[in-house]
Design a protein. Structure first.
Length: 551
């Protein structure tokens, strides 16, 4: 289903009014120059973004596909490649006229063992919902897939697009980060626009992303991402209506989001205008191709995926550019229930977590010394990891005359400490071993809130890495250990605080709860953790912190 631009004559006339590098024009109740006719209400599976449940005879295939792909490919296969989805934009978005000489764009989609229908639905919606004059190509890059559907069948299928879709294949697994950099080098468009391989773009999604880049080629733009359920593929807005959210981070470099500060919101004449964001999630964004390459693309020392969104965010802001989130560009994204593949050979000879190693590279290049300590407080084992040679990245930062991280925190990410305060140092970190049963406190990576217990100590691993800071917070990662008279639980740490009620008695090896006046103990028979009146001579109350090396 191809949706044609509403009024070509109007676009030609507007071209005289909107020469290059002039901003878009808002005209209330006058439909914008790239708005399409409203989509008809279809009645097929999943139309209008409605949920779909497969027929009973396909349920076994559905279960297998979830295990194999992290999403229900049986449902995806039943849905049209160009199904209609709801228009989740603000009403204002319909009334913008955008320039008619926007830059040509290469949409780059990296995939590895992706579901055939989710990959091609991404391609179909991009081609059919983008003004053809601005879509240079869709560049598919196969990161060494081994699924039969992604071989000859894919090559035959894309021929229907008349050369608009190119397919490149890696000869070995390179990972998302390096393959995206390869895509930027191979692309022929003036702008590279990266999408994940399981997306559906919305009405008039492309001109709002391209316009800020045309106005300033050091601008990176990010669409607002809607959610597509990984099981029934229903489409819905991720955010409450009329809210504006932007990307931030916590000190372990986990991606977070919060509402746009008032002082940023009030700078805009219309609430549908783009706004600045310190970071982005990483999957979907557009950037001037030459500018991206001048920035060095992604750090080639980053492996697999993880941390590349922060590396690019910090680099753009600190080196003179900016990141804008664009409310009038909406793209749906399937959030997998789990990651269905590993890093393979990319992780060979890497001690510890590959993602944490990536984070360390980002921290060591882009953070000032006064801020690095917060990352290592939050992720103490990262000190033990080898981040590799950073010489080229540091030289790039110096050559581009990039600003310090302190500038970034003061001028761009000033609202981060409201939710994630600067961290006090750790008094202890490592395995927390009970003297009675010789086992370690273990969160078992369960969803929070959850009760916790002890298990056989296994060395390096976040589920047994426990930290106690100088303010009394006992935690693992971004989750905190709390106790009451009913027991002990692992919960999300409270936003905006780094305090806690715990004190560790070095002399008696007791973990004391100052508010309860009790100590942490292990039940002698069932391993359950209890808060009980302290008995200094009992081994069930005694805990020893023991450091460990990454495997």
């Amino acid at each position: 289903m191809v949706h044609k631009a509403r009024n070509l004559a109007k676009s030609q006339e507007l071209k005289k009014k909107l020469p290059q590098n002039l901003p878009p024009i808002y005209q209330h109740n006058q439909t914008g120059n790239y708005e399409s006719e409203p989509w008809p209400k279809g009645d097929g599976p999943g139309e209008q973004g409605m949920p779909y449940k497969v027929l009973p005879q396909f349920e076994n295939y559905a279960e297998r596909s979830v295990s194999e792909y992290g999403m229900n490919i049986a449902v995806s296969d039943a849905i049209a490649m160009n199904r209609t989805i709801p228009d989740t934009r603000q009403e204002e978005c319909k009334y913008w006229d955008y320039p008619t000489d926007l830059p040509k764009t290469s949409v780059v989609i990296v995939f590895h063992n992706e579901g055939f229908s989710t990959l091609l639905r991404t391609v179909h919606t991009v081609i059919e919902r983008s003004p053809a004059q601005f879509l240079e190509e869709v560049l598919l890059i196969d990161d060494f897939s081994d699924k039969p559907d992604l071989k000859e069948r894919l090559e035959r299928y894309i021929k229907r697009f008349g050369g608009k879709v190119r397919l490149l294949r890696n000869e070995e697994r390179m990972g998302l980060i390096r393959t995206r950099s390869k895509g930027a080098h191979e692309a022929t468009g003036e702008v590279v626009l990266f999408l994940d391989a399981h997306c559906e773009v919305g009405l008039n999604w492309l001109p709002p992303l391209l316009t800020p880049i045309q106005l300033d080629n050091t601008t990176m733009t990010v669409p607002i991402v809607d959610g597509i359920d990984s099981n029934d593929f229903h489409y819905s807005s991720t955010y409450p209506e009329d809210t504006h959210i932007r990307g931030i981070f916590e000190w372990g470099l986990l991606y977070k989001e919060k509402e746009l500060p008032h002082k940023e919101a009030e700078k805009r004449a219309k609430t549908s205008e783009p706004y600045p964001s310190p970071t982005h999630a990483g999957g979907l964004f557009a950037i001037d191709r030459k500018y991206f390459l001048e920035l060095g693309a992604y750090d080639p020392g980053l492996l697999g995926w993880g941390g590349e969104n922060f590396e690019l965010s910090f680099k753009v802001w600190q080196c003179g550019g900016k990141i804008l989130w664009v409310p009038c560009s909406r793209v749906g994204h399937v959030y997998r229930s789990f990651m269905p593949y590993t890093f393979g050979k990319l992780a060979e000879n890497i001690k510890g977590s590959l993602v944490t190693r990536n984070y360390k590279r980002v921290i060591e290049v882009w953070f000032d010394d006064e801020f690095k300590k917060y990352f290592y407080t939050r992720e103490p084992t990262a000190r033990l990891l080898d981040a590799g040679d950073l010489t080229e990245q540091i030289e790039l930062k110096q050559r581009l005359n990039c600003k310090p991280f302190k500038w970034f925190m003061k001028n761009v990410a000033y609202d981060v400490p409201e939710d994630f305060p600067y961290l006090p140092p750790n008094i202890h970190w490592g395995e927390m071993v009970n003297v009675l049963n010789k086992e370690c406190l273990d969160t078992e990576n369960n969803e929070v809130p959850t009760s916790i217990t002890t298990s056989v100590c296994h060395g390096y691993g976040n589920n047994q890495e426990i930290k106690l800071n100088t303010k009394g917070q006992l935690s693992t990662g971004e989750r905190c250990i709390v106790g009451d008279n009913k027991g002990v639980q692992l919960v999300p740490c409270e936003l905006g605080t780094v305090d806690g009620p715990w004190q560790y008695n070095e002399e008696n090896n007791l973990m004391y709860h100052t508010k309860l006046g009790k100590c942490l103990a292990v039940h002698k028979h069932n391993k359950k953790l209890k808060m009980l009146p302290c008995i200094a001579k009992s081994n069930s109350f005694k805990w020893i912190f023991r450091s460990f090396e990454p495997k």
